[in-house]
Design a protein around this ligand. Structure first.
Ligand SMILES: [Zn+2]
Length: 358
């Protein structure tokens, strides 16, 4: 069988399920990269094309708001229309990069359930017109709430999403650290047991959600958002293996029945990443590292050409600086930084050369 299974572009429904299955059976995971505007979204697609890897593009609620523009006074509205704009951008352009793109939104906690519902309003409207949703999947992270509320809401939202061929990412257990204002601040002295998902909770989620539709689980195995000094948290990927085994044995499924997601992978040991991928992780989130990869070359450029950022024409010798302060000059350096960093991510996750777009 050829590994060229899908048309290039944004994949949803069956296409998304095929992408997830291909990653798991191929023993690799896809980078899921947070974006905040056209520079970052295009850089991620360029990186995927260069690596011949499929890719997941995601927006946090504040990323979506930034995409719409900070000038929109109604912040909630901006989070919705910004998310719609980003998805439409990708739906239009992704096919021209020759790879498959899954569009996704990142953590939505209890307060952001209305954000998910408003995006689903737009998704349903898009589905009516085009026969496919705007997004491949959304994440509902109610891990800070009691598990019965968490899973009850996930079931309610997934019921709605399944009708328009969408997948839901849920979270069980708490990813440490903070991302875009969401999450628990990691404290070294705190009780760390919540940083490790209980397999029994994963089994309960599987039994409730699997009959409803396609879903994935962000399980906590000591992962922490952001980059911290090494040694503060121990990654225990065997927790993922234990969850898979419990579901497999209880329901007599094939190996690795769950679609698992790795949050907070920045700075993780490569061996632990490989181990997690072996236990059914098909998606690893990347935000912190690509933020730095964008900003670092921009910072160097400004430093090296400081006078061009103070004067249009050099006051001493009359040199015109337009070719330095044209925003395309330094924004392109940021894009190239992301493209380079994601080659490394695709290598680490084993997705390089594995695109199933043909
Ligand atoms: Zn996360």
């Amino acid at each position: 069988m050829s590994n060229k299974l899908l048309k290039p572009g944004v994949v949803t429904g069956e296409g998304y399920a095929t992408l997830v299955a291909a990653a798991k059976s191929g023993g690799y995971a896809l980078p899921a990269v947070n974006v905040t505007g056209t520079n970052t979204i295009n850089a991620v697609m360029e990186a995927a094309a260069q690596a011949n890897s499929d890719i997941i593009i995601q927006l946090s609620n504040s990323g979506a708001q930034f995409y719409a523009g900070r000038g929109i006074a109604d912040g909630f509205k901006a989070k919705v229309v910004g998310a719609v704009a980003a998805a439409q951008h990708a739906q239009l352009l992704a096919e021209h990069y020759g790879i498959c793109v899954a569009m996704h939104t990142d953590h939505a906690n209890r307060a952001l359930i209305p954000w998910i519902e408003a995006m689903l309003d737009a998704g349903e409207e898009h589905y009516e017109k085009h026969g496919k949703p705007l997004y491949s999947s959304h994440m509902l992270d109610l891990s800070a709430d009691p598990i019965d509320f968490n899973l009850g809401e996930c079931a309610r939202i997934l019921t709605r999403m399944a009708k328009i061929d969408m997948s839901l990412e849920i979270e069980l257990g708490v990813t440490g650290g903070e991302e875009d204002g969401i999450g628990s601040e990691f404290e070294e002295a705190a009780d760390n047991s919540k940083l490790y998902t209980q397999p029994e909770d994963v089994l309960q989620a599987y039994e409730l959600l699997n009959p409803i539709g396609h879903f994935s689980v962000a399980a906590s195995f000591g992962n922490v958002h952001g980059v911290y000094k090494p040694g503060n948290v121990t990654l225990r990927p065997e927790i993922l293996k234990n969850s898979q085994s419990l579901v497999q044995q209880t329901h007599d499924t094939k190996p690795n029945p769950l679609h698992l997601v790795f949050h907070g992978g920045s700075g993780s040991e490569k061996a632990k990443i490989h181990e997690a991928v072996g236990y059914g992780v098909f998606k690893m989130n990347i935000d912190t590292d690509t933020q730095f990869a964008f900003s670092q070359p921009v910072g160097s450029f400004v430093e090296e050409n400081a006078r061009a950022f103070k004067h249009q024409i050099d006051p001493d010798d009359g040199t015109p600086y337009k070719k330095f302060y044209d925003p395309r000059k330094y924004l392109r350096l940021g894009e190239e930084g992301i493209v380079a960093r994601l080659q490394e991510a695709c290598d680490d996750l084993g997705s390089k050369g594995k695109s199933i777009a043909g």
